[in-house]
Design a protein around this ligand. Sequence first.
Ligand SMILES: *[C@@H]1O[C@H](CO)[C@@H](O)[C@H](O)[C@H]1NC(C)=O
Ligand SMILES: *[C@@H]1O[C@H](CO)[C@@H](O)[C@H](O)[C@H]1NC(C)=O
Length: 238
Amino acid sequence: MLRFAVAFFAVITSSTCKKYSCLDGGTHKLKPGPEPNMQECTLYSESSCCYASFTEQLAHSPVIKINNSYWNRCGQLSKSCEDFTKKIECFYRCSPHAAHWIHPSYTAAIQSVPLCQSFCDDWYEACRDDSICVRNWLTDWEWDESGANHCKSKCIPYSEMYANGTDMCQSMWGESFKVSESSCLCLQMNEKDLMAAKYLLSDSSEESSSVSSSEERACQRKLRKLQKLKREQGGETR
Ligand SMILES: *[C@@H]1O[C@H](CO)[C@@H](O)[C@H](O)[C@H]1NC(C)=O
Ligand SMILES: *[C@@H]1O[C@H](CO)[C@@H](O)[C@H](O)[C@H]1NC(C)=O
């Protein structure tokens, strides 16, 4: 237990003591900071770019809308699909790392955040029977005067809208996400992200878009260690 606590703490401090500011969206804080009273998105409570109050809207199920963006235009999402949608919303609004992938010309947006293939595949499976009317959630709506989103096309299952998890991850939020070739140096919206971020946010990976193979190996080693520690603890990762 102690060993786990020490290892985990080291991961947390090394990834959060560097200062990254937050995205420039309407709900973002200027700088990340602790939000101990978060009801949802608690993965980021140590260092969050959203206020705890923002997460109140996400803290119940079903989520009807976030601000003016309705989630139920094609009917209520299934619980499993909603959970993935929340993870993405939490990352965008609250992650202290999101600004690392800030869009060069639109500072409220992110670009090419590397997601794990398995995360995208699981997300796709969770949503495949839910319905959606936009291929690009950011651009394909019709907005009314109050800023609320409405479908322009008919609702179809996710499994018809997107060919697979890769297609979904790389289309649904425009250019925001890409599927990583690595199974370790990628984000999956759980506590493993703290470790992946340590490598992804390092200076060497900033220069080239691909991460070096030694970082890949180091990441894989750490991941195995983390998984072993978790197993010994009997803790299940989400
Ligand atoms: C809703 O949108 C407004 C303006 O776009 C923004 O100022 C506000 O912070 C948003 N609130 C939430 C909870 O998203
Ligand atoms: C996913 O769909 C895309 C687009 O249709 C296709 O190019 C790609 O080969 C598919 N990938 C897998 C793993 O099936």
